[in-house]
Design a protein around this ligand. Structure first.
Ligand code: HEM
Ligand code: HEM
Length: 178
């Protein structure tokens, strides 16, 4: 029996979001090692622009998710369903809080907030303590997100090895969508 798949919109949003988040993690981890200068400033500026984009994409994805229920997978036990639901909720929470903390951290600096050169409103005023506080929160959340993502991919691989290929649910292709 072919498992019911996610709808095309959910699949497109999942992989677009995944690519954006992986780029942001890679950029975030490498830019902090760069020496102060033009290259570092450009990397941080790109990180902020992509980060705000990730926050907007989260809004779109949440709206899509609330109006498009994912299909239940009859091959999973109720316990496996419960764990997947919990893991996905945690991912959604981190996909909101991580960019939000980055935005807040950058809001409490003297620099303007720009998204691909375009000025956008800030939620704060220059304050070193709040900048450092939200910066630490942002760092902790990014590491938590990385750990949860490793668990997410491990769960997919584990299910594949158990003969339950859940990956096909999240891949484009022919077959019944929900
Ligand atoms: C930054 C990377 C990623 C993020 C943020 C992410 C996030 C998510 C979220 C939030 C869901 C729940 C979707 C929903 O029910 O609305 C999900 C489902 C899923 N993801 Fe990912 N994901 C990422 C990477 C990956 C990768 C690399 C794979 C493949 C190994 C993958 C495979 C899946 C599958 C198969 C599901 C559907 C599980 C099911 O319900 O059967 N994801 N992902
Ligand atoms: C989902 C979205 C985001 C991800 C995955 C992400 C990821 C990261 C990572 C991995 C780091 C390095 C943390 C460390 O070294 O401990 C970082 C640092 C940083 N991020 Fe983000 N980020 C996101 C969104 C944002 C947003 C929206 C902004 C601001 C608008 C932002 C601003 C910053 C800043 C200012 C730093 C610190 C740079 C420094 O230490 O000089 N991030 N981010």
């Amino acid at each position: 029996m072919r498992p019911p798949r996610y709808d095309a919109g959910s699949i497109a949003l999942h992989w677009l979001h995944a690519a954006l988040i992986l780029t942001l993690l890679g950029l975030g981890l490498t830019m902090t090692d760069l020496p102060k200068g033009a290259e570092r400033s450009a990397a941080i500026s790109l990180h902020k622009s992509l980060g705000v984009l990730a926050l907007l994409l989260f809004g779109l994805r949440l709206a899509w998710r609330l109006t498009h229920r994912p299909p239940t997978d009859p091959r999973l036990t109720p316990r496996q369903h419960g764990m997947a639901r919990m893991g996905h909720r945690l991912l959604y929470l981190l996909l909101l809080l991580t960019p939000l903390s980055g935005y807040l951290s950058s809001s409490f600096t003297p620099y303007p907030m720009r998204v691909f050169g375009l000025s956008i409103p800030k939620a704060g005023y220059p304050d070193e303590t709040l900048n450092a506080l939200f910066g630490t929160v942002h760092s902790v959340l990014t590491w938590t997100l990385m750990a949860v993502l490793v668990a997410h991919v491990a769960a997919v691989i584990l299910h594949q090895r158990q003969g339950i290929p859940v990956l096909t649910r999240m891949l484009p292709g022919r077959g019944p969508d929900c």
